[in-house]
Every structure is written in C-alpha cells, then in structure tokens.
Design a protein. Structure first.
Length: 317
C-alpha cells in the first residue's frame, strides 16, 4: 500500500511538472502575475480565489473592463483557468455568466484594438543615422545597430532576438541563415531558419552590420547580443528582452520621434508592414515572422495598402 501511495505521489508530481513544462517560462510568469491581481481582487471583496467559481470570475472581468482592453480580459481569464488546472481544480470558463458577460463588454467597448506603432523604413534609417552620429565607442554603435537591423530584417520577437547564439549563425554567399531554436509559437522546439539577404546599401544592411559587430566584439560562441559593464567592457551576459525596448526607445527619442507608442513588437510589426507595402505576399511574410495564423499578417497587409488601393485615388478633382 505504501509503495502504491509513493508511486501515485511521484506520478502526481511528474504530471504537474509536465503541465508546467508545456508552457514557456515567460508564459508561466505572466500567468502568475495575472492570477496575483485576481487574488488581490478576491481578498479585497472576501472571495476565495482558489478554487474560484464562474460568478466570481465574471465579477472580476467586469471590474477589469473599466480600464482594460478585451485582449487583457481574455488573457486574465486564460491565466485564472490555467492556475486552476495546475493546482488540480476545475473552473468552467465557458459558463454562460462568463461568456455572456464578455460578449456584453465587447459590445459596449467595441473590439477594435489599437496596437503599438511599427518601425517603418523612415524610422529605421533615422535610428541608424542617429546611432552613427553619437559620440560613443564604435563597439557600442555596432552592437546597437545590429540589434535593431537584425530585429527588423528578420521580423524577430524580442525574446527570439536576444536568444540568438553564435552557433545559430551561418553566413552564406546570399546572406545569413539564422536558426531559431524555440519561439512563442514553437513551444516544442522544432525550430525554424530565417534567411536575411545582403542589402545594396551597406549602412542599413543587417548582415554587414552583424559581421562588423562579431568582428569587433570577437564573439565566437554563446550569445551574440551581450551587456556592457561600466567602462564599455563587453560581458558574457545575454541582453534581456526589456533592454531591446529601452535601447530602441532611446534612439527614437534621440532621432526626434515620439517613442511612447512604440514597443519591442514594433520591429517585428514594422518588417511585416514594410514587406507588405513592397508587395510581399502573406505566405512569404509568415515564413519570416513565424506567424501561425494569417489574421495578424492580413492586418499588416491591409494597413500597408491603406493608401495604395484607396478608392479615393480613382476620383479626380
């Protein structure tokens, strides 16, 4: 009997570990943060957060709806549900009191979401030009330019960008191959390869700038985008994804561009928007960005063609 109990206990622990491993660490952190907010709401009003019930969750969603987007409400709902699963509890998130409440909120608020601004070609050139104008060491200029140009040129998520190791790079006559070992939409680590061709203009070429960065930094293995210590000594520590955002916002500001509505996603969305503007089809855009759904890519294409295929252009006044 003791053996059976021990076996069941170890199976239970292994199952919980499998459930946790099915999600990326960043996703689990986001779930914990979201559930913490739900717990605070429950504590304030005398509710039990774990296990909870649909009526309480619906009240929480209504509470959030005053200052949150529909996408935020859905994300919080997923987080609450996932924490319940991980702890061995069942929560019916398809209960009518939750579903109907969300539908009502959506009708009242509207579901159109305003995303962050994309980095377009004019922004990209201004950023690179302003980096070149800075009175800083060449090694820092090359690192920062490489981050922004590779991030844009490969349509990278910022977590993918900072995860690139030297071993993931292969320079070929046509340009550069970058192996992405794991991404947000590739949780099982099947991987993908992105190809970045050479640009005619070397100033803005991702491949040429990266080659110069690797040469000056003498990086031969491990992370290619690393932190500097005081005195601009290069460390072996990988940059954080937040560093990419701060760096980009800093140079936008120096270039005289209002940076409030730009985010880490702006490099990725910028690539997709510009590629669509220059006539790339959704399949080739998705092959680079790694999007699994056409929904977001079609939104970029629609935005890029807003004036190109505008019916008003047919009217001559």
């Amino acid at each position: 009997m003791n053996e059976l109990t021990t076996d069941l206990k170890s199976l239970h622990e292994a199952t919980l570990n499998n459930l946790k491993s099915s999600k990326a660490n960043n996703t689990l952190r986001a779930y914990k943060s979201d559930f913490k907010d739900f717990s605070a709401f429950c504590a304030k009003h005398g509710f039990k957060s774990l296990p909870s019930e649909p009526k309480i969750v619906s009240l929480y969603i209504t509470h959030l709806s005053k200052n949150s987007k529909i996408s935020t409400l859905r994300r919080r709902l997923v987080a609450i549900s996932m924490v319940h699963k991980l702890k061995g509890y069942y929560l019916d998130t398809k209960h009518p009191i939750i579903v109907e409440n969300l539908m009502g909120i959506r009708r009242v608020k509207g579901s159109m979401q305003k995303g962050k601004k994309p980095i377009l070609i004019n922004h990209l050139k201004l950023i690179i030009n302003v980096i070149n104008e800075q009175k800083i060491e060449e090694i820092k200029k090359l690192r920062d330019k490489s981050i922004i140009l590779i991030g844009f040129g490969g349509g990278f998520r910022r977590t993918e960008l900072i995860s690139i190791d030297h071993e993931d790079l292969e320079f070929v006559p046509e340009g550069l191959k970058i192996t992405i070992k794991r991404s947000k939409t590739d949780q099982f680590g099947e991987g993908m390869i992105k190809g970045l061709p050479y640009f005619n203009n070397e100033i803005y070429c991702p491949v040429k700038n990266l080659q110069k960065w690797l040469e000056i930094s003498k990086i031969k293995t491990g992370p290619i985008f690393r932190r500097f210590s005081k005195g601009l000594s290069l460390t072996d520590k990988r940059l954080t994804d937040q560093s990419v955002v701060l760096l980009m916002k800093e140079y936008l500001n120096l270039a005289g561009i209002e940076n409030r509505n730009f985010a880490g996603h702006s490099l990725r969305s910028g690539f997709a928007t510009v590629a669509a503007e220059y006539g790339a089809d959704e399949r080739s855009i998705m092959a680079m960005t790694g999007h699994k759904s056409t929904q977001m890519v079609r939104r970029y294409i629609k935005e890029a063609n807003l004036f190109k295929n505008n019916a008003l252009n047919k009217i001559k006044i």
